[in-house]
Design a protein around this ligand. Sequence first.
Ligand code: SF4
Length: 429
Amino acid sequence: MNAPERIIPLQSRTDGGCATAPVLRERGQREVFCGLTGIVWLHRKIQDAFFLVVGSRTCAHLIQSAAGVMIFAEPRFATAIIDERDLAGLADAQDELDRVVTRLLERRGDIRTLFLVGSCPSEVIKLDLSRAALRLSQRFAPQVRVLNYSGSGIETTFTQGEDACLASLVPGLPASDAASLVVVGALADVVEDQFARLLTQIGIRNVGFLPARHSDAMPGVGPYTRYLLAQPFLAETARVLENRGARRIAAPFPLGVEGTTRWLQAAAAAFGIGADVVDQATASARSRAQAALARQREALQGKSIFFFPDSQLEPPLARFLSRELGMRLTEVGTPYLHREHLAEELALLPAEARLSEGQHVERQLDRCRAERPDIVVCGLGLANPLEAEGLTTKWAIELVFTPIQGYEQAADLAELFARPLRRRELLAA
Ligand code: SF4
């Protein structure tokens, strides 16, 4: 039986906005992708890594259909299928895994990091992937490092796969005693390049990105490392970075002009650089982005929006849509609400926005139908039925696959919401 919904007060260090508003906590059936999905963007980001899912044909289909078929490049992900013999305990899965990995690494000399990615079936048969990773790492060092994490639907939702993957990288990061900034969270290369340029112009030296594009370029970490989250779903990565002495810079997330400016200002302040320097370095990018956003505001101003929980990006997206585009927030659902990492975001959300954490999909659908919002952000499974009921939807997954952070992408982000509204208006005309 599903647990009843509970309303709990949100503890936060900040005042104002939604920081002290109650949060509707729900536990029940949920409609969210599993953490394997993260491979779709992570394999593009870390260019010499390979992701070997230890799972079933279902897992293989999920990854193949989410990532699309690569025609010109050798793929950098695959699934080692656990079949009935493994499930029945008739085969030694560790031996089989060793054979698969050896064949793969002999054939692919370009791989520097191999991730063994756990799934529901590997968990069910209790296949110890950490033991396998240690054994295989010893065997293939120093050319290849073998790591493991879980993308299983039992343990993770959607973006938590990235968190688990990045957390697995942290123990192997080089030790560093230098003062440095590490931007944490996979960003599209174009966005990373823009941020690297801006941070340099602001005067912050020694900037690294986790993950880096290549295994030998991962940033060092130590007691003088300050880290800045670029994504709101990295709780475990943050925890293990702090275990290595790094300290988080509290900031909103770099979505929209305001979010990006505050994010850069927080980084600058941590290195003793004033907001005026940030203003100067970002002036032209800001004014370009504001002009582009003004055009999108015409389409979005006053429109209501409802978020089903999916990626944990929902609170920063809601803040951007409400404050920079004048949208009206009805419900802002998120699978998990990390109160500390989101404190700055929650303080900026309008007090009337209803925050919900977790999911009881039937109850949430009832609330959504009662609100009849102009646009609903949800997973693929809910989008079609809601469209059939006459609601306009936006697939949450697109917001993770698309470069949306930073000034240059602010209008593209707004366009992702304006487009379905325009399509609906055309259909209705
Ligand atoms: S990990 Fe679990 S939820 Fe994800 S595709 Fe495989 S079986 Fe399905």
